[in-house]
Design a protein around this ligand. Structure first.
Ligand SMILES: *[C@@H]1O[C@H](CO)[C@@H](O)[C@H](O)[C@H]1NC(C)=O
Ligand SMILES: *[C@@H]1O[C@H](CO)[C@@H](O)[C@H](O)[C@H]1NC(C)=O
Ligand SMILES: CC(=O)N[C@H]1CO[C@H](CO)[C@@H](O)[C@@H]1O
Ligand SMILES: [Ca+2]
Ligand SMILES: [Ca+2]
Length: 356
């Protein structure tokens, strides 16, 4: 009898998985058939020297931009699977900004460097720290570097590991060794994580980390991805890529987060940044995620950047800043502004520079 029940349950389970697999493609959760209407703001060109991804970008108030490049991520294409990742620097004050790879000082395992989300933090004494989500051997750590501007180098200070810091996508640093991080899938095993995606389990979360305390502060995301804070540091914005939305959450004194609202979009939202001039949220998006999962150079994944104005109001306004079918830029993940200059990053392709 026990076996019969188990078999029945297994059958029901398999049927359920089949149904969800069908639903997955049918309901166009991945926006399978979506075509992209091109939108180009002003003058744009690809930056020379970055050809293997620019997954995350963070720009300092001074106009220096950090770009994380060379991500190797299960299920995603990579144009240089054997090349370690790098952090590039661009000075957006220059007439013709160029990208330069930052030297990383000895004592850090550069061969397995696999940088993902990044976040800068400026200390009271004006020192600049770069926090980098790293996936050495497909694990997740957070690396803390001190940025030496004169030497154009990164000095490795510390590796943070924690039981809850798994499958980390992005971080936003708010104090010395104090940050929020997103976990973008629950299972570490690739097959189980695919199953998780198909079943849409909503088991991912946002974590708060400090040396004293580590805790889950928001959960129930389909796939929590980009994370950033408002200019006044009072609100945290979290992109749920498969749910195609942005969660606006209010911070409390104990680093807890309370959801204020969800801004629903029609596209898969990846990384978020805030325009320092206006407070608007800029979202790097995947207009057609299936083209990312099944990569075809003849019909590559496109790129899309949205601007969300009046995020906290009843009616936030969403407009398209950039859109391309992949002929110029493939698989955008992030957009970051400095004055009238815009950088758009990608998972595995180039980085686009635009003067608006
Ligand atoms: C893309 O996804 C959204 C939300 O799921 C849906 O409303 C829209 O119809 C889809 N568009 C296409 C062209 O698949
Ligand atoms: C993308 O758009 C360009 C022009 O905007 C067009 O020439 C090209 O055929 C399009 N590519 C695909 C794959 O649709
Ligand atoms: C910094 C950051 O969150 N980057 C992410 C941008 O989106 C891509 C695609 O999901 C992620 O892989 C990156 O981690
Ligand atoms: Ca980031
Ligand atoms: Ca991301």
């Amino acid at each position: 009898m026990g076996k019969l029940v188990a078999l029945t349950l297994l059958g029901v389970g398999l049927a359920l998985i089949g149904e969800r697999l069908l639903a997955f493609s049918n309901r166009q959760r991945m926006n399978v058939s979506r075509e992209v209407e091109p939108v180009e703001p002003g003058n744009c060109h690809l930056i020379e020297g970055i050809e293997t991804g620019s997954e995350d970008i963070d720009i300092l108030p001074s106009g220096l931009a950090f770009i994380s490049s060379g991500l190797k991520y299960p299920g995603m294409p990579s144009f240089a699977p054997d090349k370690p990742g790098e952090i590039f620097l661009m000075d957006l004050n220059e007439q013709n900004p160029r990208a330069q790879a930052l030297k990383i000082t000895d004592g850090f395992d550069k061969a397995s460097f696999n940088p993902h989300g990044i976040s800068t933090f400026i200390n009271k004494d004006h020192s600049v720290y770069l926090y980098v989500v790293n996936h050495p051997h497909m694990k997740s750590t957070v690396e803390i570097f001190k940025f030496e501007e004169q030497q154009r180098s990164l000095v490795h200070l510390k590796t943070i590991k924690h039981e809850l810091l798994r499958n980390v996508n992005d971080i936003v640093v708010l104090g010395p060794e104090q940050f929020y991080a997103t976990r973008d899938h629950y299972f570490t095993n690739f097959f189980l994580s695919l199953l998780e995606m198909v079943l849409d389990l909503h088991w991912t979360y946002v974590l708060f980390y400090s040396p004293q305390e580590v805790k889950v502060v928001a959960q129930g995301f389909s796939s929590a991805n980009g994370i950033t804070v408002s200019l006044d540091n009072k609100y945290v914005y979290v992109a749920d890529v498969f749910a195609k939305n942005i969660h606006v959450m209010k911070r409390d004194d104990n680093w807890g987060l309370t959801q204020q609202k969800v801004i629903q979009l029609n596209t898969l939202v990846d990384n978020l940044t805030v325009d320092p001039a206006t407070g608007d949220v800029l979202a790097g998006c995947h207009p057609n995620a299936m083209k990312l999962l099944v990569y075809n150079p003849e019909d590559p994944p496109g790129s899309e950047v949205l601007r969300i104005q009046n995020v906290l109001s009843k009616k936030p306004r969403v407009s398209t800043v950039y859109a391309n079918n992949g002929s110029v830029l493939q698989g955008s993940t992030v957009a970051s502004m400095y004055h009238e200059k815009l950088l758009i990053g990608t998972i595995f392709h180039g980085v686009l520079y635009c003067e608006l």
